[in-house]
Design a protein around this ligand. Sequence first.
Ligand SMILES: C[S@@+](CC[C@H](N)C(=O)[O-])C[C@H]1O[C@@H](n2cnc3c(N)ncnc32)[C@H](O)[C@@H]1O
Length: 277
Amino acid sequence: MTARQEDASSQEDSALLERVMQALDRKHDLSKKIAREPETTEIVTQFVGRLESAFGKLSAVRGKRILDIGCGTGGHALIWAKDGIDVAGLDMSPTMLKYANEKVSELELPISFIEGDVRSFNIGRKFDAVTAMFAVMSYQTQTEEILSALRSVRRHLEPGGLFLFDVWSGPGVISDPPTERVRSFMRDGIEILRTVRPVHDVSSHVVKVHYDILCIKDQKILKRVKEVHGMRYLFPQEVADFSSRTGFQIVVSEPFMKHGESLRIDDWNVMFVLMAV
Ligand SMILES: C[S@@+](CC[C@H](N)C(=O)[O-])C[C@H]1O[C@@H](n2cnc3c(N)ncnc32)[C@H](O)[C@@H]1O
């Protein structure tokens, strides 16, 4: 191989890797990113359906202004904006917001993305609904952080406004604790080897999830990414207590993506709809 070919090849590797890393950045759970992209639209549709039915049945407020907290790269906000909903997104990660803004400018949609912390944000306007999708509230591991997040959300809702979020479900996690998983798959000619090692602290209701992601090409490690995410699981009675302390009441609790069903011990994700009182 000539020097130019080598350069080109390594540039190609870098470009490929850049795309892989963007995928990694966009979704911490890479397997979801790769294998479950179409599911995102389904989840958004179900969330909006849930929101509309909750507004229709339970609230005097109309759901036309939505704030998506922990919005990531803005996937859900984009789908809502295309449906004519007035959407804003908030996330603490500048990288996530950079990708979100790139998507918005490509599609020329009027969405504002704001850098902020769900535990303390104050953006000076009210919304009809706030959403926190894909376990954003589980990232708030301490009880005080969850209460602060709920208070921040409450400040941005009128009475009757709704807060929809899904979290890891206490009964599900306790009855079927997470175990180590290793997964390998190819992406743009690069093998991605992903190890997920959970460390469970039952007394604080937190699982520390250790991600170790290797990007390998021709038996060479191109990149290694290590991250630890603490994930809090919540029990329905805790959520009822936190809600009443922060100006909310629970109006819906059901297994995530199982609309209308009752929560069971083997459900790992639970969705709550809280109404501002
Ligand atoms: C699993 S991702 C979900 C992203 C998006 N909601 C989705 O459904 O694709 C969790 C997101 O929450 C954000 N996040 C976690 N804790 C946060 C906090 N305290 N304040 C703002 N954003 C937070 C992370 O930066 C990340 O973008």
